[in-house]
Design a protein around this ligand. Structure first.
Ligand code: COA
Length: 380
């Protein structure tokens, strides 16, 4: 079969197409179920920590107490980032979007890795642990730098999530804040072949390096149809907050009439409520109460109004916003918080891809002209 030489059924956007086998997570979009390595997301959120879930996604089993202690300690020792990267961050324009900063800093990490091209399992595992441990430091440092504040260095006595909060805000989190963020990272840790994960796997399938795969993934995550929606959601919620209850339907109707997408709604896989929403909604409600806000109520009202127009379900980005907003995370940082969680899933998929590699390279149907006569220069 020659490329461009045939007529076939095209799966635009690869909708409903299965392209590989994976044992990392299972999504049942019809009944709204999500499992990581066979465990229900609800159980993981209720009984595990983010560090435990990272171990699970990478190793395929839940760690013993000793394994978890060793893993946590190992991660804590890797949190510092090279001084060259810190100095470099100070040279970047403060108005740069934090997600662009993050992908740039990760590229710089690649410049400093003498074993860049080694993709053996053991080495990729080391690099994955480095990325998991260092990304929160990069994110927090950029926040401090752009605010003109002094850097707060990682401390080993705090866990992964508490330490990130501490470096970002300059104070230790309250128990409720630490739990909320940890659970939010768990629900963001993995989600099958999301566009960013697919980008990472495509990159790994060429046997390029893990940094290239993660930079590709972050670039894709940045798009407003993927993780970028989270920032846009906050803009909508701020607008809706100013409206009277009866005006919300009008706001929604106007969007539909103008054929504008409402951010935080719709999903390629879920055709019902995404199970992560119930989890985030509960966390958001607790934080709303703590901070005297009503973000979850606004999300609920918006959902009702959207569903009056179309059978569309809210997605993870809608109900992440109340959590982030209540924690005081600026809306242009939402995508980076997503990345702090999803780095686990991305790296798990990269490892799986390297282990059983097949170049990912689909075909297109050529619809242009063929066999054109090459024109002489004066006739062009
Ligand atoms: N607002 C309004 N209409 C929406 C919508 C939204 N958020 N999401 C989907 N639709 C509509 C589409 O316009 C389309 O309508 P049509 O059949 O009348 O043309 C229909 O629902 C199917 O949507 P489509 O974009 O083809 O589905 P998809 O599977 O290709 O896309 C998303 C999935 C996520 C890209 C899409 O729902 C979207 O753009 N959502 C907003 C961005 C977002 O929140 N992204 C985060 C995803 S986790």
């Amino acid at each position: 079969m020659k490329e461009g030489d045939f007529k076939t059924n095209i799966a635009f956007g690869l909708k409903d197409i299965v392209v590989l086998k994976s044992s990392i997570s299972r999504i049942d979009g019809e009944s709204g179920k999500l499992e990581y390595q066979g465990y229900n997301i609800k159980d993981l959120v209720n009984y595990s920590t983010f560090e435990e879930v990272a171990f699970l996604l990478w190793h395929g089993y839940l760690p013993s107490k000793k394994e978890l202690n060793n893993f946590s300690q190992d991660l804590a020792e890797r949190r510092k980032i090279p001084l060259k990267i810190v100095e470099f961050l100070y040279t970047l324009p403060k108005i740069t979007h934090p997600t662009v900063i993050l992908r740039t800093a990760i590229s710089y990490l690649a410049c400093l890795d003498p074993k860049l091209k080694i993709i053996e399992e053991k080495e990729i595992f080391e690099k994955s642990k480095n990325l998991l441990a260092k990304i929160p430091t990069m994110v927090a440092f950029w926040q401090r730098i752009r605010e003109g504040k002094s850097l707060i260095y990682p401390v080993p006595e705090l866990n992964h999530t508490e330490n990130f909060f501490y470096m970002f805000f300059g104070r230790k989190p309250r128990k409720i804040e630490a739990k909320a963020l940890d659970k939010t990272l768990i629900v963001h840790a993995e989600h099958g072949l999301a566009a960013s994960t697919f980008a990472a796997r495509i990159t790994a399938s060429t046997l390029s390096d893990i940094y290239a795969a993660i930079v590709a993934a972050i670039g894709v995550l940045f798009g407003p149809l993927h993780g970028g929606a989270s920032q846009a959601v906050m803009k909508s919620l701020m607008e809706i907050k100013m409206l009277k209850k009866r005006e919300i339907q009008k706001w929604v109707d106007k969007k539909f009439e103008k054929k504008e997408k409402i951010m935080g709604f719709g999903h390629r896989v879920y055709k019902t409520f995404d199970p992560r929403i119930k989890i985030l909604r509960e966390i958001g409600k607790k934080l709303d109460k703590l901070k005297n806000n009503n973000w979850v109520f606004i999300c609920d009202q918006l959902t009702k109004a959207v569903q009056k127009r179309k059978n569309l379900f809210p997605n993870i980005d809608l109900y992440s916003a109340p959590v982030y907003a209540n924690l005081g995370i600026p809306d242009d940082m939402f995508i980076n918080i997503f990345a702090i969680g999803r780095i686990v899933g991305w790296t798990a998929h990269i490892m799986e891809q390297y282990k059983n590699n097949k170049l990912i390279r689909p075909l297109h149907e050529y619809i242009g002209k063929t066999n054109k006569k090459y024109p002489k220069k004066r006739k062009r």
